[in-house]
Design a protein around this ligand. Structure first.
Ligand code: SF4
Ligand code: SF4
Length: 317
């Protein structure tokens, strides 16, 4: 496994970051024991970095991972916008993870200069905790090129977590040349010493049929320090760890992991309240005949709408 220094933070991370959204309640909803088994396998290949978020509700899984690997590098994110919500998020993370130190704490799903400014109080709190030694690095995650551009003016954002893949799938303000424009700003951020974690190299599953090329595309970009991939089976762990270690994946792992293409399931009991429609930033959901309906061309399979449904009638499977 290759390791990279995450920008100027000094934090050393494996090039493969284990994304936990897919194993948690918003997606596969694996048992904690099964999730820990996946971490164990990934650690055996040298993975030392996991990505979680308050939204994902996967802290209990990561706590299990910490029991196997106490020096694990953890990145989490929250939608906190002021001091109180940031304090609550930090407390929840430390309590549920069972560790009083968070390596990387990010503002989740930022969109622009305006949203960064709107979250200023939360950012100040995170910076204060960093100064006190409870957080290693702060930053933001985003699906927007405009937000990455805005982040360049905030040197206190150590780590940036943008969406990037070879087709630009899921870049909210992308369009035809979205991938090139996102790469240009990632490159500038990297040159300025920011740590770069890439998300959705497989477009949330849309690029699974061309995953060799899709993974090569991000792996060959030296401006990307580490790449987060959600994994929910041993075959996926084996496949991705082999690719990231420069080896040819075992044929059966390759086959088994291909079989797991994903889709958005909206259950027939949907009451048409529209909460999930408002939550989807990709404009993939609408109400049709009193029920939620998805346009799979626009859906990035992020699973965020699942957290908005009070009845759990929508999820990525
Ligand atoms: S429909 Fe749901 S899974 Fe698809 S992009 Fe929107 S929020 Fe994400
Ligand atoms: S939030 Fe749930 S109940 Fe409401 S429209 Fe979406 S799927 Fe249906």
């Amino acid at each position: 496994m290759e390791y990279r220094r995450l920008g100027n933070t000094g934090i050393m991370v494996s090039r493969l970051c284990f994304g936990t959204l897919t194993m948690g309640p918003l997606q596969r909803n694996l048992s904690i024991a099964k999730g820990v088994e996946l971490f164990d396998r990934a650690f055996s290949y040298g993975v030392n970095f996991v990505d979680t978020a308050e939204l994902y509700r996967t802290y209990p899984y990561v706590r299990g991972a910490l029991s196997l690997k106490p020096d694990l590098v953890i990145c989490t994110k929250s939608y906190a916008y002021d001091r109180k919500t940031a304090e609550d998020s930090f407390k929840l993370a430390t309590e549920q993870l069972g560790r009083d130190y968070i390596d990387i704490f990010l503002l989740h799903e930022q969109e622009s200069e305006h949203t960064i400014r709107g979250h200023r109080e939360a950012l100040m709190f995170l910076l204060e905790m960093k100064k006190k030694g409870y957080i290693g690095a702060v930053g933001l995650s985003t699906h927007y090129i405009a937000c990455m551009e805005a982040a360049l003016s905030y040197p206190e954002l150590d780590v940036l977590f943008p969406l990037i893949n070879k087709r630009g799938t899921g870049i909210a303000d992308g369009g035809e040349d979205g991938t090139e424009r996102m790469l240009r700003v990632i490159n500038r951020a990297h040159e300025a010493g920011r740590g770069i974690i890439a998300m959705k190299p497989l477009g949330g599953g849309h690029l699974i049929r061309e995953r060799t090329e899709a993974l090569e595309f991000v792996l060959e970009k030296s401006c990307i320090d580490t790449i987060a991939i959600g994994m929910q089976s041993l075959a996926e762990v084996d496949y991705n760890c082999a690719v990231f270690s420069g080896k040819t994946p075992d044929e059966s792992a390759a086959k088994k992991s291909m079989g797991q293409s994903r889709m958005l399931l909206i259950q027939e009991w949907c009451e048409g309240c529209g909460r999930c429609v408002l939550r989807c930033k990709n404009g993939a959901l609408s109400l049709k005949n009193g029920k939620a309906a998805v346009d799979m061309e626009k859906c990035a399979l992020c699973g965020y709408c699942a957290g908005a449904c009070p009845q759990f009638f929508i999820k990525v499977i």
